[in-house]
Ligand binder design. Structure first.
Ligand SMILES: Nc1ncnc2c1ncn2[C@@H]1O[C@H](COP(=O)(O)OP(=O)(O)OP(=O)(O)O)[C@@H](O)[C@H]1O
Ligand SMILES: [Mg+2]
Length: 351
C-alpha cells in the first residue's frame, strides 16, 4: 500500500526552478533514500515534505489525506536535519522529552517513552548529560531519539551522518537500519553517499538537476540503470556509445572499436549506450574462446586492495576503461598487453 504520494511537484525559488515534476510513491514502512549530487534538489524536496517550504505546483498525500498545505507541526513527521540541533541547555532526557511535553503527555508516560527511546539508541547511561558532553555520533543518536519519540508517521533525515568520520558513519548506518526494522516507520533519508544509500535503502530515488532520474532498488539501479546519469553515478561503469544495427539473428551493437553480437529482437534500431561493469570484465593474457568479446588493451595502472585489483586499461581505440582482476597470483604490470573480455550477456543497454 502506498502511504506517501508525492505527485507532480514543481518548486521555484524566484526565477530558479529547483524541482521539476517530481513524483514518488512511497510505501508505508519503506526506507527510501534521495540520492544525488550537490544542488540536485534533495534538501528542497525534504523541506517540502516537512512543510518548511511550500510547493509551486503539485500535491502530497499521506494515507490518502492531502497534507500539501499543512503546517510542519501538525504533519506528525520526525526530523533529523543538518542544523536542526539539540537544545544545548537541556539534558538528553529533556531533549528527547521535549516533543512529548509540547504534546502535553502525562509526566510518567513521558519518562517511560524517553527510556524506551534511550534503550533503542543505546544511550541510557547518558540520560543526564548535556549535548556538549556527548560525541558527535551520540548527539546524532539523541537527535534520532527526539525525532522518533512521538511515533511519527514518517521520519525525514537530511544527511544526518555527513559530519561524522567514516567508521562512525558505517556504525550509525547499521544502527539506523536496525531501528528502522524494529519500528517499521517510513524513513526518507537524504545523502550524496552512494554506498550509504545502497546499504540502507529499500529503494533509492536518484536525483539530478531537480528531476527524479530513477526510483528503484539498489540492485536494479546498478544492474539496469535507466539513464547514462544513473549508470555513471551508481558505481563504476564503462560506457560505449553506439547504435543497434541489423545482424544475422536480430539487432547487434556497433560502437567505436566495439561490436557485440546480441541478436535482440525486442528493441528498436538506432542510437544506444552499452554499459559493462568493471567486475564483468575478465583480464586475459591470451585471446579468449569465440563467443566472448575480447578487446586488446594495455594496462595503464592498477590499484591493489588485497582481495582484488582495479585496473585502468587503454583500448586500441584510445578509450580508457576500468576492470577488476583477481589478484591472488600476481598483478599485471603497467604496460602489459592483455585482453579485456566479457560475455555478451553481461552488457546492459541504456536508452
Ligand atoms: N532558499 C533558496 N533560494 C534560492 N535557491 C535555492 C534555495 N534553496 C535551494 N536553492 C537552489 O535550489 C537547488 C537545489 O538545492 P538543494 O539544497 O535542494 O540541493 P541538495 O541536493 O540538497 O544539495 P546538497 O547535496 O549540496 O545539500 C540549488 O540550485 C540551490 O541553489
Ligand atoms: Mg542538501
Amino acid at each position: 500500500m502506498a502511504s506517501l504520494e508525492i505527485s507532480h511537484i514543481n518548486k521555484f525559488y524566484g526565477a530558479t526552478q529547483a524541482l521539476f515534476d517530481v513524483s514518488l510513491s512511497i510505501g508505508k514502512g519503506e526506507f527510501v533514500t534521495l540520492l544525488g549530487p550537490s544542488g540536485s534538489g534533495k534538501t528542497t524536496l525534504l523541506k517540502i515534505l516537512a512543510g518548511f517550504e511550500s510547493v509551486s505546483d503539485g500535491a502530497i498525500t499521506l494515507g490518502g489525506r492531502n497534507i500539501t498545505e499543512l503546517k510542519p507541526e501538525v504533519r506528525n513527521f520526525g526530523l533529523v536535519f543538518q542544523g536542526y540541533a539539540l537544545f544545548p541547555h537541556m539534558t538528553v532526557r529533556d531533549n528527547i522529552a521535549y516533543p512529548l511535553k509540547v504534546r502535553r503527555l502525562p509526566r510518567d508516560q513521558i519518562e517511560t517513552r524517553v527510556r524506551e527511546m534511550l534503550d533503542l539508541v543505546q544511550l541510557t547511561r547518558f540520560i543526564d548529560r548535556r549535548p556538549s558532553e556527548l560525541s558527535g555520533g551520540q548527539q546524532q543518536r539523541v537527535a534520532l531519539a527526539r525525532a522518533l519519540v512521538f511515533k511519527p508517521d514518517v521520519l525525514l533525515l537530511d544527511e544526518p551522518m555527513s559530519a561524522l568520520d567514516k567508521k562512525l558513519r558505517v556504525d550509525l548506518q547499521e544502527e539506523l537500519r536496525q531501528i528502522h526494522q524494529t519500528l517499521g516507520t517510513t524513513f526518507i533519508n537524504v545523502t550524496h553517499d552512494q554506498e550509504e544509500a545502497m546499504h540502507m535503502s529499500d529503494r533509492i530515488a536518484v536525483m539530478n538537476h531537480g528531476r527524479i532520474e530513477q526510483f528503484d532498488t539498489a540492485f536494479n539501479l546498478y544492474r539496469n540503470p535507466a539513464s547514462r546519469f544513473t549508470a555513471d553515478f551508481i558505481g563504476k561503469s564503462n560506457i560505449f556509445a553506439g547504435e543497434m544495427v541489423r545482424g544475422a539473428s536480430g539487432l547487434d551493437f556497433r560502437g567505436d572499436a566495439l561490436e557485440v553480437q546480441l541478436g535482440l529482437t525486442d528493441r528498436p534500431q538506432g542510437r544506444v549506450d552499452l554499459m559493462v561493469r568493471p567486475e564483468d570484465i575478465t583480464i586475459l593474457t591470451e585471446a579468449p574462446d569465440a563467443g566472448r568479446v575480447a578487446l586488446a588493451a594495455e594496462v595503464l595502472h592498477s590499484t591493489y586492495s588485497g582481495d582484488r585489483a582495479l585496473y585502468a586499461l587503454r583500448l586500441g581505440s584510445g578509450k580508457e576503461i576500468s576492470a577488476y582482476g583477481a589478484a591472488r597470483s600476481g598483478i599485471h604490470a603497467a604496460g602489459a598487453k592483455v585482453f579485456a573480455s566479457f560475455a555478451p550477456g553481461d552488457v546492459t543497454l541504456i536508452g
